[in-house]
Write a protein that binds this ligand. Structure first.
Ligand SMILES: *Cc1c(COP(=O)(O)O)cnc(C)c1O
Length: 344
């Protein structure tokens, strides 16, 4: 039994025995022919949960966001997204490269949101010198923080007023829904499209769902085929997704409690500064003295705790394979580290 505690991301989870069983027993067909019963069921059910007409099983969140850009926009148009958002920063420039759609990044505010006046100001007038602003992308949760209902409403009305399409990068939408108590279908139903990861907190090995109107998904399906994302007996993977929707949404509350517990306990350590979070889901951001940065990750790894330490802040993410014992052990090892670090 692997007892490593891995805080790098909620993408590192191992499929549970029950999920593997669901995968092994899955009835499958050729999804490019539309024949795979598990994929069809997953797409239908996920669309419903996301408050949309239709769904598309995609290989990753990155593919979901790229398909949204390809489907909403034409060559020469542009999409607005946060400067630190995944859809702008961390998808290898796919919108620009593969869709010929230019990003219009907007500085994220301290709380991660985009100032809606800045968004309004970035929407370009109808002038042939300028790209055509077509799409507004939001991310929820952003760095572990859910968007508030008020903010969502204002962002949506801004998009409507300006004739923009609205896409939600909901990689961790279910964390937001569980934390705020607002159903995912209410949050995501306000958008023209949404992509949500099955492979993060929900614990599937692979996959995301892109959801939107029937017409939108029909177009996105063609783009997915063009990108080489049409897959065959994908029901093996979709079965994991169905299992995750049934069994791994409500339990996200446990991840959130453990993250809060980790934050509370690390805060007691003098050398650690924990970034406050009004609505904490499954992430904790901490800062440590710069002199500790070099040794921290190696010290922890030698004790079976994996962290990404590239500088401050350091992100710790809780998930299906982190339990209360793991939190206790981790806090203990942080204390040990700083005892030794001081002595050195
Ligand atoms: C992880 C993530 C994605 C992309 O998901 P992949 O499946 O890793 O491609 C998109 N957006 C956000 C906010 C994410 O955290």
């Amino acid at each position: 039994m692997d007892t490593t505690i891995d805080f790098r991301s909620d993408t590192v989870t191992q499929p549970t025995a029950a999920m593997r069983q669901a995968m092994a027993g899955a009835k499958v067909g050729d999804d490019v022919y539309g024949d795979d019963p598990c994929v069809n069921e997953l797409e239908l059910r996920a669309a419903k949960i996301l408050g949309q007409e239709a769904g598309l099983f995609v290989t990753s969140g990155t593919q979901g966001n790229l398909l949204a850009i390809l489907t909403h926009c034409q060559r020469g148009e542009e999409y607005i997204a946060g400067m630190r958002s995944h859809a702008y920063l961390e998808e290898a420039g796919g919108g620009a490269v593969l869709a010929s759609v230019q990003p219009q990044p907007i500085e994220n505010q301290a709380d991660g949101t985009l100032d809606l006046e800045a968004v309004q100001a970035a929407i370009k007038p109808d002038d042939f010198h300028l790209a055509i602003t077509k799409l507004f992308c939001l991310e929820n949760t952003f760095l572990g923080t859910p968007l508030t209902e008020d903010y969502l409403q204002n962002a949506c009305s801004l998009a409507r007023k300006n004739g923009l399409n609205l896409h939600l990068d909901g990689a961790r939408l279910f964390n937001a829904a569980v934390k705020t108590g607002v159903p995912a279908r209410e949050i995501a139903g306000q958008f023209d499209s949404v992509s949500a990861c099955l492979s993060k907190g929900l614990g599937s090995p692979i996959g995301s769902i892109l959801a939107g109107s029937t017409q939108f998904i029909a177009k996105a399906r063609r783009w997915r085929k063009m990108l080489g994302g049409g897959t065959r007996q994908a029901g093996i993977l979709a079965a994991a997704g169905i299992y995750a929707l049934d069994h791994h949404i409500d339990r996200l509350a446990v991840d959130h409690e453990l993250a809060q517990m980790l934050a509370n306990e690390l805060e007691q350590i003098q050398e650690i500064n924990v970034e406050p979070a009004a609505l904490r889901t499954n992430m904790v951001f901490i800062s440590v003295p710069p002199s500790a940065i070099d040794q921290l990750s190696g010290f922890m790894r030698a004790r079976g705790i994996i962290l990404t330490v590239e500088g401050n802040p350091i992100r710790l993410v809780t998930h299906l394979n982190v339990d209360e014992k793991a939190i206790t052990k981790t806090v203990h090892q942080f204390k040990e580290f700083f005892l030794q670090h001081q002595a050195a």
